[in-house]
Design a protein around this ligand. Structure first.
Ligand SMILES: *[C@@H]1O[C@H](CO)[C@@H](O)[C@H](O)[C@H]1NC(C)=O
Ligand SMILES: *[C@@H]1O[C@H](CO)[C@@H](O)[C@H](O)[C@H]1NC(C)=O
Ligand SMILES: *[C@@H]1O[C@H](CO)[C@@H](O)[C@H](O)[C@H]1NC(C)=O
Ligand SMILES: CC(=O)N[C@H]1CO[C@H](CO)[C@@H](O)[C@@H]1O
Length: 317
C-alpha cells in the first residue's frame, strides 16, 4: 500500500494552532461542540517545526461534557491513518461504543525507529506529546484512559512510546500488533524506561510472518528481537511472575500467553497465531490481510484489544 491522498486530506483538515506547553490532565476541550460527529476529520498541528496531521473520529452521539476513553492507532509502513482505520474497524461502535479514535499520520508513511524513518524517535515522541495537548484542548478526553495500538512499524512505535517514561506515562495500556521493535531489541532493550510498574501491554504476532519474523533478526529497517525475548523483557520490567499461563486454541493454531504482574492478572499478554502472516488479525478479511496474501483468521485483534484496554486505567501520577 502506497501513500495516497495525504494532500487531499490536508485540504479538508482543520489547522490547529501550534501546540505549546504541556497541559497535563487538561479538560479545557470539554464543553466544545463539534460538527459531523461519527465521520473522521483531520487536524494539522505544528510539531518540531513541521506540519503533522491526524484523523479523529468522535462517536456519532458525542456528548461534549462526557470524558471519553481515547485510542491512538498507528498505521504500518508505506501507509496512512486511513488504512489503519479501515483494517481494524476500530471506529465501529461494536468495539467500545463510547470512545474517541485518533489516527496519526507518520512522516513519509512511517514511524521513527527504522533506518528508513523520516522522523527521529525524539521528533515522533514530541508529535505524540503535541497531539495529546491538541486533543485535550479541543475534545473531552478522559486522561486516565488514553491507549495506543499500532500495526507493524506502528506497533514498533507504540512500544517506543511505552519505553519513554514522559510520553508513555500519559497512557493506560499499549497493544502493538505484528510489531517491528527496532528500539527494543537485543542491543538496546535496556534503554527502555517505562513510566511505572506495571505497564499493561498486549502483542499479536503471526508465526508465518516473513516481514517481521517471530524469531527476530534482520528486518527491513533494522534488527528485530525474537518475540519471546521481547515478551520476557516486558515481563521483567513489569515484575511479573516467572510462570505464565498458556492456552492453546483453535486446534493449536492460536496460543494465548498471559502474565500476572504485581498481583494483577493479564498485564502482559500475547497472541501467537501459527499460520498468520504480517497483518492485522481479523475474522473478516481486511486490506492488510489481502496485501500480505493472507486469509481471515480465528481471532479479532480489535475485539481482544478493546477488552484489554477497558480493563486498565492509568493510575494517578
Ligand atoms: C452513545 O451510544 C453508545 C452505543 O453505541 C452508548 O453506549 C452510549 O451510552 C451513548 N452515549 C451517549 C452519551 O448517549
Ligand atoms: C522521552 O521523549 C521526550 C520527547 O521526545 C524526550 O524529550 C525525552 O528525552 C525522552 N525521555 C527519555 C528517557 O528518553
Ligand atoms: C536497514 O537495516 C537492515 C537490517 O539490518 C539492512 O538490511 C538495510 O540494509 C538497512 N538499510 C539502510 C538504508 O541502512
Ligand atoms: C477493509 C475491510 O474490510 N476491513 C475490515 C477488516 O476487519 C475488521 C474487523 O476486524 C472490519 O471491521 C473491517 O471492516
Amino acid at each position: 500500500m502506497k501513500v495516497i491522498g495525504l494532500s487531499l486530506l490536508a485540504l479538508s483538515a482543520t489547522y490547529a494552532s501550534a501546540a505549546a506547553q504541556y497541559t497535563g490532565g487538561d479538560t479545557s476541550g470539554c464543553g466544545k461542540s463539534h460538527w459531523f460527529n461519527g465521520i473522521t476529520q483531520y487536524r494539522i498541528i505544528k510539531s518540531s517545526g513541521v506540519d503533522r496531521s491526524y484523523g479523529i473520529h468522535l462517536p456519532s452521539n458525542y456528548s461534549k461534557n462526557n470524558q471519553y476513553p481515547t485510542i491512538l492507532g498507528f498505521h504500518g509502513s508505506s501507509s496512512i491513518g486511513l488504512f489503519f482505520e479501515a483494517d481494524t474497524g476500530l471506529d465501529s461502535s461494536k468495539y467500545i461504543g463510547d470512545k474517541i479514535m485518533v489516527y496519526p499520520n507518520g512522516l513519509g508513511g512511517a514511524w521513527a525507529g527504522a533506518n528508513y524513518s523520516k522522523a527521529s524517535v525524539q521528533e515522533d515522541l514530541q508529535f505524540v506529546w503535541d497531539m495529546l495537548v491538541d486533543l485535550r484542548r479541543n475534545y473531552c478526553i478522559d486522561s486516565a484512559r488514553i491507549y495506543a495500538t499500532g500495526l507493524s512499524i506502528g506497533g514498533g512505535f507504540v512500544d517506543t512510546i511505552a519505553c519513554n517514561a514522559t510520553v508513555g506515562g500519559e497512557f493506560a495500556a499499549f497493544a502493538p500488533a505484528s510489531g517491528s521493535f527496532y528500539t527494543n531489541n537485543d542491543a538496546n532493550h535496556e534503554n527502555c524506561e517505562p513510566a511505572r510498574v506495571p505497564v499493561p501491554i498486549l502483542e499479536f504476532h503471526g508465526g508465518a510472518d516473513t516481514d517481521v519474523k517471530y524469531d527476530g533478526g534482520e528486518g527491513e529497517g533494522g534488527i528485530e528481537p525474537a518475540i519471546p525475548d521481547w515478551l520476557s523483557w516486558w515481563a521483567q520490567r513489569n515484575q511479573c511472575e516467572e510462570k505464565y499461563d498458556q492456552e492453546d486454541l483453535f486446534d493449536d493454531d492460536v496460543h494465548h500467553l498471559s502474565w500476572t504482574c504485581n498481583g494483577q492478572t493479564g498485564v502482559v499478554q500475547h497472541y501467537k497465531t501459527d499460520d498468520q502472516k504480517h497483518d492485522w488479525a481479523s475474522t473478516e478479511i481486511n486490506f492488510s490481510q489481502i496485501a500480505a496474501g493472507d486469509l481471515p483468521t480465528h481471532i479479532s485483534a480489535s475485539a481482544i484489544i478493546q477488552d484489554f484496554f477497558m480493563a486498565f486505567t492509568r493510575p494517578e501520577a
